[in-house]
Design a protein around this ligand. Sequence first.
Ligand SMILES: [Zn+2]
Length: 525
Amino acid sequence: MNAPETRVYEFGPFRLNPAEGVLLREGREIPLTPKAYEILLCLLQHPGHILDKEALMQAVWPDTFVEEGNLKVNISALRKALGDTVEGGTFIDTIPRRGYRFVAPVREMDAVPSRLSAAEPVQVTLERRKFERRVTEEEEIVEAPEPAVAAAPAVPAALPPARRAGLWWAVAGIAVIALALLMFLAIPAIRSPKPSRGAVVRVTYTGGRLQAFDEQDQLAWSHQFEEPIEAPRTTNHNLLFADLAGDGNREMIVVVAFQQAAGVYPPVNTIASFSPRGELLWSYQPQMSLSFGGREYKGPWVVRDVLTSTDPQHRGVWVAYSHHTWWPSFLVHINAQGLAERRFVNSGHITTLASVTNSLGSFILAGALNNEYDGAAALAILRDDQPFAASPQSPATQFWCDQCSEDRPFRYYLFPRSELNRLEVQGYNPIDSINPAGGQILVMTNELPKSGAVGYRGVYALNSHFDLTEASFTDSYWARHDQLHKEGRLDHSAVDCPEHKHSAVRVWDPEKGWRESDIVASGSK
Ligand SMILES: [Zn+2]
């Protein structure tokens, strides 16, 4: 569920390639626990800077509360793996009462792109897009695109205290003003060298410069931001191409993370759209404040996943944001002109997005967690033209969104944490993939989070009516189950496991509310 990174980090005899998720020492893999790996990656991304204990814990355990002891244990394991001594190691310094610092020189390199897209040559017709405001329905919330260079952290709009509709109208009002301003804002000049012919397949983030490279690895164009940028760390996708405007040109949608002060987590995440020639068409940074159970959550919000839609009716970009520390998250739809509408709020991080079109219509599927229900994996199924909706939560709890719409998703699934997840993991079992294929939708949870390569997964299949047809676990899950039984940590074998017999998946829909989801026979209904 972490970002495919474009960077490789080398230090001493070690090499860490985040895209592969392994640490190598002179070509040999050094085993690390998932958390130790994450901590190391975090340190490598901020070499020479002190990372506060709190910042590190938020980065590595974003959805759970952990004791500081966990961090210490993992740092100690990490030092051991790196061959560091406990006192004042050569790689990782302890800053008493504050945190840790990676002190050895780190060489950062661009990874060779692992996948070149089969990009057709792009016919370039250059035209500056006009921003226009679409009239939206009463309940839809419109946010203006940020001015083109949205480098500084957004100043939260001063909104009146929450009357339900009042807040949204205030936002809409601000949007109108911002849009009016925007009409007069020049799109900044592009510092583009001779554009190459090929389509862009990768970007690098260096200082304030975003550089776009084509299939021949030639620099196609670059764009200078006013502040230092870095590759986003939280999103599954940071670079997508789609013809959003429907004019035959593919725009490039990229997530850019603006560094705040050195070592401060998180960076401010912005979504930007560029023309094939490298013109910045729009950029968007949410100025969102959400209240749950009387408590206000402001950003910064970090991008978790991005999805493009070229359906002529709903062209645009779907972006899932989560709070950098707490559990709230939301989904926005941004159209080709950069106008954003909030579509869904979830009481738990959204972890992955997918789109599905079937006989029932066009849908966006948001894989998520839900913090009210024991951190169960959650799947929100939303009509792609659905007005602003919120996840089904219990009123008068801290998970109830105070000013959210009363609209709800088309359907909402909860996949409970598995026995091994409850035994071995503190917290949650995120959905880490949604694969619509062959008339069914395969949803997988990561029962031992951050250990993606190991494959302890819950596997849930839905048919084209979004009914559950299968709930199971992978073989490696059962192998681990057997091992734990042998070690005496489980009192039953895989064969006798009650979770074989009972999936306990819950589903919510507007007609029936919550109920237990029976598994329907494949192909039925
Ligand atoms: Zn069991």
